[in-house]
Design a binder for this molecule. Structure first.
Ligand SMILES: [Zn+2]
Length: 431
């Protein structure tokens, strides 16, 4: 932490002082796209991949030279579905929001130490948290925040008890006041909620597009925003050059979201063949998460009602993956851990390998997720990342073992990762 603070300070004093050139020699490159390894060398200058070559590269004056020892060099990993601000365990539910911030910082640290250099927050985390990471105040991955989730009254983002007053009528509840969720009904309120998030710095907009598991009162089958409300969120986002991602499980919900302009469906477990084809035809993403749905039943204090809803959606998991494969739907890599469950992060790699080859999982966690994040268009001020290519951002990992043959080498990040580099900065080196 101190080192990063000093580095940031140096960066302010002299842009040339940091980050400097780093030459990584003698590696086998997984470029994020191809299912194979190419022997080579990579030169990073000022946070950007300057040269990728199979021939030796002459180290520039003052460059740091790292012998990769024939290890696998991969782009940094990406998670498309996090909730940094949703990590308070149940026992801390009523604590002041600063405690949620401390838990969010612990999660951010765990992610970067696990080789995740980029994450997209699927709602609830204020964009200021991304600014604090960028400023070097918090150690963590590059963060693409969605701001507060936008939910209709009685929707998946409405966490009030039955007797709690509506926030826009007589004042709010702590959960809503923490900025995790905005209740918006009708076109005007939806436009305002989306614009409020964009003003705060959200890079994309998250709406609750149908019934949810962990909310108490909305049935899974419920259709939530009306077509006009969905179009209002999409309009506000697209006017800003970006897109809407939406929580949804059922075919009816997904169909309504997709025909009204939503570009990314989160979860999608109860989709059928016909709507999967529609999703593919419209080049919409279904962002999937495996482990969370298989472990949520162990969450302390989960209610009977939540458990029944969980059972219903989990039953669709195999079918969803079959349809994603059948229609070649883009899916990326996501997790959705809540209440401290993020320590299971690397299980997402191994459990995906039940359905996809290790190389396919590696592609999901790098180039495919990056492509999905880049749907923010002109809001992307970081450049291209997620692949090892000249001119792209230097988010790089040196991996011990053979991840393209056995993804389980990633189970223990501590031993698996010999180098973690985020935007040219070495955050871990253990050769
Ligand atoms: Zn979520």
């Amino acid at each position: 932490m101190i080192r990063i603070a000093v580095a940031t300070l140096l960066g302010l004093i002299s842009a040339a002082a940091f980050p400097q050139a780093v030459l990584i020699e003698n590696v086998r490159i997984f470029n994020g796209v191809d299912h194979k390894l190419n022997p080579g060398h990579v030169l990073v200058v000022e946070g950007i991949i300057d040269t990728v070559s199979k021939d030796r590269i002459k180290a520039p004056e003052g460059a740091r030279v790292i012998d990769g020892g024939n290890r696998v060099l991969s782009p940094g990993f990406i998670d498309l579905h996090t909730h940094l601000a949703g990590q308070n365990p149940r026992s801390m539910e009523k604590y002041h929001p600063t405690v949620a911030g401390a838990n969010a910082a612990a999660m951010a640290r765990h992610y970067l130490d696990s080789g995740f250099t980029t994450i997209r927050d699927a709602g609830g985390t204020h964009p200021d948290f991304a600014r604090a990471i960028e400023a070097g105040l918090i150690y963590g991955p590059r963060l693409f925040p969605s701001g507060a989730v936008i939910s209709q009254t009685a929707g998946h983002g409405d966490s009030r008890a039955p007797h709690d007053p509506h926030p826009t009528l007589v004042g709010g509840t702590p959960y809503l006041e923490s900025g995790s969720s905005i209740l918006a009904d009708g076109i005007d309120q939806t436009l305002m909620a989306a614009r409020e998030n964009l003003k705060a710095g959200a890079t994309q907009i998250k709406i609750m597009g149908g019934g949810g598991v962990m909310s108490e009162f909305d049935p899974i089958h419920s259709l939530q925003p009306s077509p006009a409300e969905i179009r209002a969120a999409v309009r506000a986002a697209s006017d800003w050059g970006t897109y809407v991602l939406a929580h949804a499980y059922t075919s009816d919900a997904i169909e309504r979201l997709v025909v009204n302009g939503v570009k990314c469906i989160e979860h999608g477990l109860l989709i059928d063949d016909k709507i999967a084809k529609l999703v593919a035809d419209k080049d919409v993403v279904i962002s999937t998460q495996l482990v969370i749905f298989r472990t949520l039943q162990d969450l302390p204090g989960i209610s009977e009602r939540n458990l029944r809803k969980l059972e219903a959606v989990l039953a669709g998991q195999e079918n969803l993956i079959r349809l994603i494969k059948k229609y070649g739907i883009k899916t990326g890599f996501g997790t959705d851990f809540i209440q401290g469950g993020y320590t299971m992060l690397t299980r997402e790699f191994t459990e995906r390998a039940e359905y996809w080859t290790p190389a396919e999982v590696m592609v999901q966690a790098t180039s495919e997720s990056a492509e999905i994040i880049r749907m923010i268009g002109k809001l992307n001020r970081w450049g291209n990342f997620g692949e090892i290519r000249e001119g792209w951002v230097a988010d790089l990992l040196l991996i011990n073992g053979e991840p393209l043959q056995d993804i389980s080498v990633l189970s223990d990040s501590e031993t698996a990762l010999a180098l973690i580099m985020k935007q040219g900065e070495i955050v871990k080196l253990a050769l």
